[in-house]
Design a binder for this molecule. Sequence first.
Ligand code: PEP
Ligand code: MN
Length: 366
Amino acid sequence: MLVVMKAQATEEQIGAVCQKIEELGYRAHAMPGAQRTAIGITGNRGEVEPGTLDEMPGVQELIRVTKPYKLVSRDVKQENTVITFAGTDATFGGPGLAVIAGPCAIENREQAMAVAEQVCRAGAQFFRGGAYKPRTSPYSFQGLGEAGLQIMAEIRDKLGMKIVTEAIDNESLELVEKYADVIQIGARNMQNFSLLKRAGRARKPVLLKRGMSATLEEFLMAAEYVMSEGNYTVILCERGVRTFADHTRNTLDLSIVPAVQRLSHLPIVVDPSHGTGKRNKVTPLSRAAIAVGADGLIVEVHHEPDRAMSDGIQSLYPEQFAELMKQVRQIAPVVGRTVPGIGIHSRTSETLPAQSGVRAAISPSA
Ligand code: PEP
Ligand code: MN
């Protein structure tokens, strides 16, 4: 059930409706929009009895949400969710594209710093790197743990980059929440419901990767788990799904970008590194991801990919990443986007012409 408030409803009226919903034993999620506030109701097993809410001051209408996902849905919030970060112009879901780059894993301080400096210089505002690695083999490098998080915190202090790193269980999430700016939930954990709920109680944005064989609905339901606990800052990430095709590691499903944007207000970024598993496919698929309307990219980069402890064969050399950024800057204005963060010494937004008409043309309602 969704309570749509009148455009002129006051804060007090919105508060009173939320309080009433909680008194009825449900959870209220107020979603302010440009036109009006909508209040999502969760925690109900069956129909919510509309009577009491219907008559409250400021209420325009009550709508039954028939889809299984509610808070992620555009029914609840029509405008795109824009996630911002204090002290920078980096956003997810705004006109500026979010570019996350860095190695698969943090291996040591020198490696992480070398890669971070180069991707920052090329224009990435977010630095990625795993301190907790979900590996297929228990004998493979599992990550540096908290020491890896400390290295990333140092990179943030030195370069001003925002840190994106994966939590693989409730214990690591505790630490990732403390050190990182964005908590990554990996493909293998997309349906780890207790981890999703814990991430929903965190006070940092969550980058949720699509499970290897997850349908669109399962993907959105995973985001719903996070939001249902009160964390509304979720970034979806397409990273390829398992198919019969064996020319790539996974099949990057770019069609999910407009499909998500039609149904949900949440931002979605694309990971062409895990999505293809092949270095020579990362740049072409990055171009395609921006062209299809993704809100950003997450790309693996290593200064010595041949010696990388994980995912070397899909990691770009820093020069290739710089070239990728150049190409992204050319494509971005065509789809009405900008590329903020032009390098290590300047954190101001690059002033590329915004073509709002084109943005509208790719909007989900189109
Ligand atoms: C990663 O980002 O390094 C990673 C393990 O990704 P995924 O969960 O998509 O496999
Ligand atoms: Mn990886």
